[in-house]
Design a protein around this ligand. Sequence first.
Ligand SMILES: Cc1ccc(Cc2cc(O)c(O)c(C(=O)NC/C=C/[C@H]3O[C@@H](n4cnc5c(N)ncnc54)[C@H](O)[C@@H]3O)c2)cc1
Ligand SMILES: [Mg+2]
Length: 206
Amino acid sequence: MLAAVQKNATRGDPRSVVKAIDQFCRQKEWAMNVGDEKGCILDSVVTEVNPATVLELGTYCGYSTVRIASLLPSNAKLITLEFNPDYAAIARQVIAWAGLEDKVQLVEGASGDWIPKMKEKFGIETFDLVFLDHWKDRYLPDTKLMEECGLLRKGSILLADNVICPGTPDYLEYIRNSPRYKSQYFKSHLEYTKVEDGLEKSVFLG
Ligand SMILES: Cc1ccc(Cc2cc(O)c(O)c(C(=O)NC/C=C/[C@H]3O[C@@H](n4cnc5c(N)ncnc54)[C@H](O)[C@@H]3O)c2)cc1
Ligand SMILES: [Mg+2]
């Protein structure tokens, strides 16, 4: 995938990086990037929220990191957590090829360890937008952890990938029944397939 980016994408052009990855995943080898169909929904939410602070859980190869960072205002900060060093190494190079290093802070480590350190380590008070796309059984515990650590403010947006496939039943149950969130489901398809999947957008009400 990285070779395809370096071969087919233009340095400093995030859209060409996104296009090169999507092309590679359609033609050569499927990979669990959010993809172009759900990616457009992600883009519209990022544009609407226009966040100054973003947290991404699960960088993988950096596809959604590039999509989000390319839409951020100049002073905005995207922190992305990835605990697999091999994926982190690839993602760093993908993000660099897109020319987005200044907007992105890739932290190698587990969300459970780093969420409690966001204030002290990165001076982050609250996140305007959180994109959840890591192991599906971590969405709920990490959301509760973010609440406990005071990282969500009235109006913070959580956007969760794969709420249908692979599925995040305990997260959906919690977020759709909690009086502290207002949720909306965006129906779509699992990346590069015709299988149903979707994104759940939830506003924290404080
Ligand atoms: C049945 C079935 C299987 C697979 C699919 C297809 C499918 C489609 C999708 O869009 C998917 O997002 C997924 C999926 O499983 N994603 C998990 C993504 C993990 C990445 O995040 C990293 N990570 C995982 N937990 C943490 C953590 N705590 N702290 C920091 N990084 C973490 C990992 O190191 C990986 O870089 C799968 C569809 C259906
Ligand atoms: Mg996903």
